[in-house]
Ligand binder design. Sequence first.
Ligand code: IMP
Ligand code: MG
Length: 180
Amino acid sequence: MKERVKLHDKSFKPMISAAEIAQGVAKVAGGLNEKFAGKEAPIIMGVLNGAFIFLSDVVRSLDFRCEVSFIKIASYEGTESSGAVRELIGISSDITGRDIVIVEDIVDSGKSIEYLCQTLREAGARSVTICTLFLKPAAYVGCEKIDFAAFEIGNEFIVGYGLDYDQYGRELADVYVVEE
Ligand code: IMP
Ligand code: MG
């Protein structure tokens, strides 16, 4: 772990190590393994860009058959949610009657997850399961049930393991929190 990370104008300090993240990944994968054992293959739907590392770790711990797909949306500018969700890459296959597992890096206000659930249901998904690496319970105002969350954190801004500050910091193996 690095002692300090500087990205753009901000400085970040260590918060969660790669080893702890691996435990969180195992917890989420374990929940999915229980839920989908013996079921029809779901589509694991990663939310780009942030979830690319989490998804690649989770799927390698799954012991049921699944498909992998991605959707790309954006809502954050800097360290604040803009409140408006933009769809940058849509659903690329027919999901009618399919069970979908959304894989998010972090659920904050819940705007993104609500938008995704609505979009997937409108496209004919039979069920939507939500899993996320991080959840900010104090910020979450959505109505969707978050089925699997590896870590609950406060309303602080974090980077690393896929999460970015204006596109920087995704490559960090550990997670860092902004220093005020
Ligand atoms: P929401 O729509 O407010 O729930 O925001 C969710 C999205 O905002 C996530 O998918 C992230 O891309 C981004 N986000 C929220 N909190 C953080 C954070 O602490 N660090 C980096 N990105 C974040
Ligand atoms: Mg994201």
